[in-house]
Structure formats: C-alpha cells, structure tokens
Design a protein around this ligand. Structure first.
Ligand code: ZN
Ligand code: FE
Length: 259
C-alpha cells in the first residue's frame, strides 16, 4: 500500500514524485533528475529508497540515478538504454513497488523510449498514473523524437484510462499551458473556471498536480483534438480546412511551440 505521495521540487519546475509505503520505512521515487533534494527528503524522514521508476531518458528525469544507486542500492526500473536502469520495461510489463502493482504503457512522442506507469487503485485511494513528460496539466510534452501521430496515439491510450485517474506529471507548467489552452479552445467554460482554481493554488504556493484525467479530458486541448472547437482553431491557424484529428493535433502542438 501507499501511505503518501509527496512532490519533491527540483530544478525550476520539476516534481520528483515520492511514494511512501505504509510501513513508513521505504520509499520509491519517480524520475529523480537531481539527487540532492531526494537525499535531503529521505534522510530527514529516515526513509530507505527501495525503488526508482524512470519514464524516459532525459537528464532532468535521470540525472540523480548514479548518486542515488550508490547511496541506497534501490531496484531501478525503466525503459531500455538508460545507464543505471537494471530492469527494463515495455508495453504490458508489470512492476510491483512497495507492494503496489503498476502496469506499463509505451507512450512514444516526447521521446521514443517514453513509458508511463498506471496503478488501478486497489492499493491506494484510486487509480493513478505517472506519465512523465507525456501528458501535462492542460498540455502535453514537446515532440522531441516522435511524430504527431505517435504522440496522439499515446495520448489516446492515456485517455482510455478510468476518468478518476490521478495524473502525476513531472513539470509544473500548468499556468502557461492554460494560457495557451484558452487561446486554442476559447469558448470552453470548464477551461475558464479551471484557470481561476489553478491560479489560486499557485498563489498559495501549492502544486497544481496531480490533476485528474476527467479534468484533462474536459480542458486539455491535446486530448480534445477530435472536438469541433479545436478543429476550428487549427483551421484558423493554418488558413485552410483541417478536420483530420492527427492534423489538428499537429497544428495545435506546433502553435504551442511558438506561443
Ligand atoms: Zn523530458
Ligand atoms: Fe522533463
């Protein structure tokens, strides 16, 4: 069981999600880009690091591996090709950390090696997803390696999970993402009210994460490319009719890169 999921802030806007087991003795971190705040957190609470989950190869998600492996000797799970990852995972893999089972999805797009970890909720308050830089609150990762079609397929996999799924993304990009989302989907009332509630969290110094999948489905433009409103925005942006969902996604993603 998981007794707590805690965000350790790192760099400018990363969260290193830390799962604490119900034994109160062991922890698992997801994507430890920086070892220092992780060590500080674990040592201040007297926790051992039993496991590390990695979503993709970028340095801000893996930079702490060598240091943390040397100090705590955790089991390290992640995609193939990353130094320090001892147990390689892919589509359909299952992994148990702190007695909690996660299933693994391949979600290429941001990078080609990107994977996400889903737990069905049986050992926690509800289902949860660690999705790295694939899905963000009101946004999605940049396409560094994959194509729009790959990313859209990955986001569809995520969209098919239970709506109550808590979405643990790696970056606090929410307010900037929302500014773009409002430009791309201007007549969405749920999106407009979301802006206020997320701004309030930031004013109080609180994370906007985790999000929930149902809120993302209602407000995240990258999950809404099949909606007429997003097709209309893509059409306006490109100056020609765009109806194909992949084309809508590609246009919206490119617009966001320049926003
Ligand atoms: Zn990344
Ligand atoms: Fe990142």
């Amino acid at each position: 069981m998981i007794s707590q999921i805690h965000p350790i802030p790192a760099f400018r806007d990363n969260y290193i999600w830390t799962l604490i087991g119900d034994d109160g003795a062991n922890a698992c971190v997801v994507d430890p880009g920086d070892p220092a705040p992780v060590r500080e957190f674990l040592d201040s609470r007297g926790l051992a690091l039993s496991d590390i989950l990695i979503t993709h190869h970028h340095h801000d998600h893996t930079g702490g591996l060598v240091d943390l492996i040397g100090r705590y000797q955790p089991r390290v799970y992640g995609p193939a090709g990353i130094a320090g990852v001892a147990e390689t995972l892919g589509e359909g893999s299952r992994v148990a950390v702190l007695g909690v089972e996660f299933s693994v999805f391949e979600v290429p797009g941001h990078t080609l090696d990107h994977i996400a970890y889903f737990h069905d909720g049986s050992a926690h308050e509800g289902p949860l997803l660690f999705c790295g830089d694939t899905l963000f609150a009101a946004g999605c990762g940049r396409l560094f390696e994959g194509s729009p079609a790959q990313m859209l397929a990955s986001l569809r996999k995520v969209s098919a999970l239970p709506p109550a799924t808590a979405v643990y993304c790696t970056h606090e990009y929410t307010l900037a993402n929302l500014a773009f989302a409002v430009a791309a989907d201007p007549d969405n009332p749920t999106l407009r009210s979301r802006v206020e509630s997320e701004e309030e969290k930031r004013e109080q110094g609180r994370p906007t994460l985790p999000s929930t999948l149902d809120l993302e489905l209602a407000t995240n433009p990258f999950l809404r490319c099949g909606e007429a409103a997003l097709a209309a925005s893509a059409t306006k942006r490109l100056g020609r009719p765009v109806t194909d969902e992949t084309e809508v996604f590609a246009a919206i993603r490119k617009w966001k890169d320049q926003f």
